[in-house]
Design a protein around this ligand. Structure first.
Ligand code: ATP
Length: 252
């Protein structure tokens, strides 16, 4: 049985700005597997975030097809798309985007209340997630009263509140210092080892070495596909060397 969870067929995205077309993604054909930690890497402007937005149904495609658990998501109605987003995906942004006047706990539960009427179950799940994120003491604080790393961990909890099929992350460590970033990556690695499928965009090799697999984008096309699952997750140095070797081999 196939464990492919997301599949694209000749996926394209063209932006039009001031009447000028820009082909941000061209004929992307990829499969993403359930339970894997997939990283999308590439230089600035290569199309990484655009791909993440199309795979998660957050933006409209120009041409091609996107299948999520065998459902074609690029031609859903607005209402179906909204339901799909709430139920099947979680999303973490570089800018974190917590609501500033709500506590961390309120930020987490509010996404749950939008989907489920069982507030008690949502509250219990939120407390469980706060524990996993090591934020038990901070739940009642406002985002401004905790560190950037703690804010991002709360955002991860918010992204997980509805137990999404896939957690998408767009440069989740981009606004954090090195130790906060490592901490957020540790959390993502832990939840992946509990079975959570993750697709993360990064240009940072230290973040990418957490992946089972890295898809490289170059000028809007898939330029490489590297599997790291044969290398121990604990030996990140070996994984970083492998990525460097691969990039050198490709002449990037
Ligand atoms: N709304 C838009 N209108 C026009 N062009 C856009 C738009 N969004 C993105 N682009 C262009 O599409 C290309 C891909 O953008 P994208 O944000 O996906 O790149 P990226 O690899 O994520 O870059 P970065 O690492 O700098 O965030 C870039 O050249 C960008 O300028």
């Amino acid at each position: 049985m196939s464990n492919v969870i997301i599949r694209t067929n000749d996926l394209c995205k063209t932006y039009v700005s001031d009447g000028v077309q820009f082909h941000a993604l061209r004929n992307i054909n990829i499969e993403i597997n359930s339970g894997e930690f997939t990283v999308i890497m590439g230089s600035s402007g290569s199309g990484k975030s655009t791909l993440l937005y199309l795979l998660s149904g957050l933006d409209e495609i120009t041409a091609g097809e996107v299948y999520f658990e065998n459902t074609r998501i690029d031609c859903l109605s607005d209402q179906q798309t909204a339901k799909f987003r709430r139920k099947s995906i979680g999303f973490i942004f570089q800018a974190i985007n917590l609501v500033p006047n709500l506590s961390l706990l309120e930020n987490i539960v509010i996404s749950g209340y939008l989907l489920s009427k069982d507030r008690k179950a949502v509250n219990e799940r939120a407390l469980e997630l706060l524990k996993i994120m090591e934020l038990e003491e901070e739940g009642n604080r406002l985002p401004s009263q905790v560190s950037g790393g703690q804010q991002q961990r709360a955002a991860i909890a918010r992204g997980l509140i509805n137990s999404p099929t896939v957690l998408f992350a767009d440069e989740p460590t981009g606004s954090l210092n090195s130790s906060q970033g490592q901490n957020v990556l540790d959390v993502l690695t832990d939840i992946n080892s509990m079975g959570q499928t993750i697709v993360m965009v990064t240009h940072d090799i230290k973040a990418a070495c957490r992946a089972d697999r890295i898809l490289f984008i170059k000028d809007g096309k898939i330029g490489g596909d590297l599997r790291l699952s044969n290398y121990s997750k604990d030996n990140r140095e070996e994984r970083e060397i492998k990525i460097f070797e691969y990039l050198t081999e490709k002449g990037w």
